[in-house]
Ligand binder design. Structure first.
Ligand SMILES: [Zn+2]
Length: 193
């Protein structure tokens, strides 16, 4: 059996809605490649495709494993939501060598995740960003630690507004030529916390 994946691939058809963007981990080595995950899903589990829309490798490379609007196979355990309403992103890693849950994702991976989410929220502005375990908890599905970190808190602390380095406040001049430093949007956001 050959494996197929990529941003064109829609073996289960397209979603009608994207109510959730769900972050997962592979629960395998952080150094796995995206292709290893595709092979696992298609060759071992005999699925039609990789379960996730994207896989983010430890180097920060984002591999689109399905079309963005393709129905994946990643929250079948949360029946109340289902795969036809949710985008799935997987980070490789999430377990230590004893198979215990651990936040061992690289900085490059988290940065890539943040960048991906920043673009996805523009494409799916009404979607809620959640970790797999958040949906599990909310709907009482069988407990799981995936993705082994608190996605909502992390996203709140890392979304785009906080990621502009060394942005200087814009200096504006009023009509009387007095220098009036004005808060930038980013300073304003920071002042709220
Ligand atoms: Zn998961």
């Amino acid at each position: 059996m050959t494996i197929e994946y990529g941003p064109h691939f829609t073996p289960r058809g397209l979603r009608n809605a994207t109510d959730y963007i769900v972050v997962h981990c592979s629960a395998g080595p952080v150094t796995s490649s995206a292709e290893a995950i595709v092979r696992y899903h298609m060759l071992n589990l005999k699925w039609q495709s990789c379960g996730y829309n994207d896989v983010i490798e430890s180097t920060g490379i984002i591999v689109p494993t399905l079309h963005q609007d393709a129905i994946g196979a990643h929250i079948g355990d949360v029946k109340q939501v289902g795969n036809s309403r949710a985008y799935g992103i997987c980070l490789t890693g999430g377990v230590d060598h004893n198979n215990h849950p651990v936040d061992n994702f690289t900085k490059a991976q988290k940065n890539a995740l943040r960048d991906r989410l920043n673009s996805l929220v523009k494409q799916y502005p009404t979607a809620e960003i959640v970790g797999h375990r958040d949906l599990i908890k909310r709907h009482g599905a069988r407990p799981k630690d995936c993705p082994c970190f608190d996605v909502k808190t992390w996203w709140y602390e890392n979304m785009s507004a906080f990621d502009i380095p060394d942005r200087k406040p814009i200096q504006v001049f009023d009509n009387t030529h007095n220098k009036v430093p004005r808060k930038t949007f980013f300073d304003w956001i920071r002042s709220l916390f």
